[in-house]
Design a protein around this ligand. Structure first.
Ligand code: PEP
Length: 253
């Protein structure tokens, strides 16, 4: 059976500071958590270079840096946007694609998400594809069809090879930032479905692709979620801004 290395990723969204970068790196180093799992931090873009420099200063090169977003184009008159090249030059190795806030607040479709995903992959960065159903879809029993459409958009653009070197984050929208995490068994059922779907697209990838759960993960519920057979770690929002909580979550993976 393929052993998958757990990953715990922090999405700081529009929060954080240089001081928080210093604190998180210090605590990651002191706790030694990144010896057993991969730790990924995604601060706001203004902190990418600082984070990259500090992790090198602390000999923590194996704490990975993820961009929160990139534009699907390479360059141009796009005020406020960041290309994959700029993210890479600032030290990013991973890119979050299709976070539910990008999809809902910035109207990013699954097609645009797929374009960003492929842009990252082609530039040598690892995409973290976020997928998740809305409250309405959840209540109407449309979770699997919603996820299928989001994953198929990437398949359509990138072909089955697209899934070979990516991470998938299942983030039910009703659980993101609400304090109501999906019950572990329910999350497991969805993760198993996603793994099965990847298996039907690209059989050699199904056992190795890592699927993270995101949505109100806290130190209190992390162990139960991460112990599910198809849950390979988490994408953490709110709790990642409190270094002590984030480290505890990492220790549960
Ligand atoms: C997220 O935004 O990706 C997330 C999972 O947030 P939270 O942990 O706060 O629910």
């Amino acid at each position: 059976m393929t052993k998958r290395m757990p990953v715990v990723a922090a999405n700081w969204k529009m929060n954080g500071s240089r001081a928080l970068v210093d604190q998180i790196l210090r605590q990651v180093k002191q706790s030694g958590v990144c010896q057993d799992i991969e730790v990924v931090i995604s601060p706001p873009a203004t902190l990418y270079s600082y984070f990259d420099q500090q992790r090198k200063n602390d000999s923590l090169e194996h704490v990975f840096l993820a961009a929160q977003n990139i534009n699907e184009l390479d360059s141009g008159a796009l005020t406020g946007e960041i290309s994959v090249g700029l993210a890479k030059e600032s030290g990013c190795q991973w890119v979050i694609c299709g976070h539910s806030e990008r999809r809902s607040l910035f109207n990013e479709s699954s097609k645009v998400t797929a374009q960003k995903f492929m842009k990252a992959l082609n530039a040598g960065l690892k995409p973290i594809l976020c997928v998740g159903e809305t409250t309405e879809e959840h209540e109407q029993g449309k979770t699997f069809s919603s996820l299928t459409a989001q994953i198929e958009a990437v398949l359509h653009l990138g072909g089955k090879q697209a899934f070979k070197d990516c991470l998938i984050a299942y983030e039910p929208i009703w659980a993101v930032g609400t304090g109501k995490a999906a019950p572990p068994e329910m999350a497991q059922e969805v993760h198993r479905f996603i793994r099965g779907m990847i298996g039907s697209i690209c059989p050699e990838t199904a056992a190795s692709v890592r699927i993270l759960y995101g949505g109100s993960v806290k130190p209190e519920n992390a162990a139960a979620l991460f112990s599910q057979p198809d849950i390979d770690g988490g994408l953490i929002g709110g709790a990642s801004l409190v270094p002590e909580q984030f480290i505890k979550i990492c220790q549960s993976a």
